[in-house]
Design a protein. Structure first.
Length: 82
């Protein structure tokens, strides 16, 4: 199964590790460090030109998605239960 993250980006549901609201980046020192390390490795991708609303962590990359974390969680939960 696949999850649409916005724009033209789709990932395999099996690759999904976590979905966070974008506010976690500012409120958590650990998340800032995690994203900074991924940026150094060039493992961060911004989807589309809209403002990011969520951070999606996969086994290979971190995506900044214009879709809200609650919507993405519902999509991923739908695939997990089917």
């Amino acid at each position: 199964m696949y999850i649409h993250l916005g724009g033209e980006k789709i990932i395999r549901a099996a690759e999904l590790v976590a979905i966070f609201d974008i506010s976690i980046e500012q409120s958590s020192k650990l998340s800032k460090q995690f994203v900074a390390q991924a940026r150094k490795r060039k493992d961060v991708e911004v989807i589309g030109e809209e403002e990011a609303k969520s951070i999606v962590v996969t086994q290979q990359k971190i995506y900044y998605s214009p879709i809200s974390s609650s919507t993405l969680k519902k999509r991923s939960h739908h695939f997990a239960t089917n």
